[in-house]
Design a protein around this ligand. Structure first.
Ligand SMILES: [Zn+2]
Length: 180
């Protein structure tokens, strides 16, 4: 019979491998997601969830954590739950997920403690307003995320789509407004 210490070491190794594999899964999903055009993304999430026998929500979560903590940021002794909580709190509060994680590690917090420590502060509403130079449509967008995002004209994009010119290159559209 193997010794107790040896068994614990084996268990720790299995857990490290499990976490590393989850990161590989997350980074691979993110790479795939980034290759998709905006219109292909929903289909990608659906197909990935179906192939991996899990929910689209879980796939989205893996991608979000991989975006917030790119390769090189993983820590083998930190649970996935903690990373996930940091991302969730970051989305809610607008604070940097890596800063939230550093804070949590310093204080020895677990996932639920991180969520409880940050107040339920709502993000400020951002606004982007302007007129399209191509079609003269007035565009106004409100969002709590996407500060600095350059908005293209939804009317021009929709017209192109309706007329079968389904372009994936949004760079050809002029910037109508910037979210701020
Ligand atoms: Zn337009």
């Amino acid at each position: 019979m193997i010794g107790f210490d040896r068994l614990l070491q084996d268990l720790a190794n299995v857990q490290i491998a499990e976490r590393e594999n989850r990161w590989r899964l997350a980074h691979t999903l993110k790479a795939g997601y980034n290759l998709c055009t905006i219109t292909e993304r929903i289909g990608f999430l659906r197909s990935a969830a179906s192939h991996l026998h899990c929910t689209q929500n879980y796939i989205r979560q893996l991608i979000e954590v991989s975006v917030a903590f790119p390769e090189g940021h993983k820590l083998p002794d930190v649970s996935w739950t903690l990373f996930r909580s940091c991302v969730a709190v970051s989305k809610r509060s607008g604070q940097d997920p890596q800063k939230i994680l550093t804070d949590a590690l310093e204080k020895g917090w677990h996932g639920a403690e991180v969520a409880a420590a940050y107040p339920q502060c709502a993000r400020r509403m951002l606004r982007g307003r302007g007129m399209c130079g191509e079609c003269n449509a007035k565009v106004e967008v409100r969002s709590r995320v996407g500060a600095g995002l350059r908005l293209v004209c939804p009317f021009c994009v929709s017209t192109d789509r309706a007329e079968g010119r389904q372009t994936v290159d949004l760079r050809r559209y002029v910037t109508v407004a910037v979210l701020e």
